[in-house]
Design a protein. Structure first.
Length: 129
């Protein structure tokens, strides 16, 4: 079981989401890079990581993206709540717990992919601080 926001977790996340048929079919033809910034990530974790979607695959990796389409900023508490399924991203955004910068229109065009991502990512076994 990998600790949330570590490189091991990102490896597990990549494997899990790419194995999910619904997610795989939802990313066909999509090229999108999402960068995530967690303002108060615990020591030993990656406060910035990104997910790149291209050529029918997704890959999560530590560090900032070269040219993200969208940057998502939230606290560790919010990131954990979203990861656990206790808070959905739309509610987090509407209540100001999550901020989005960049090409929001491009993100909105892929709502079905985002829903499939949430379902697929829920299959990742995670340890939280």
């Amino acid at each position: 079981m990998a600790k949330f926001l570590t490189s091991s977790w990102m490896d597990d996340l990549t494997e899990t989401i790419n194995a999910h048929e619904g997610f795989k079919s939802s990313i066909a033809g999509i090229e999108l890079t999402l960068e995530f910034k967690t303002s108060d990530a615990p020591e030993g974790t990656e406060p910035v990581y990104h997910i790149t979607i291209a050529d029918g695959r997704a890959a999560a990796a530590p560090g900032p993206a070269d040219n993200p389409d969208v940057t998502i900023i939230n606290s560790y508490e919010t990131a954990v709540a979203i990861s656990k399924g206790e808070l959905n991203t739309q509610m987090a955004f509407m209540t100001g717990k999550l901020k989005v910068e960049g090409n929001i229109g491009k993100l909105m065009m892929h709502q079905s992919m985002l829903s499939q991502y949430a379902t697929a990512a829920a299959g990742t076994t995670v340890e939280y601080d």
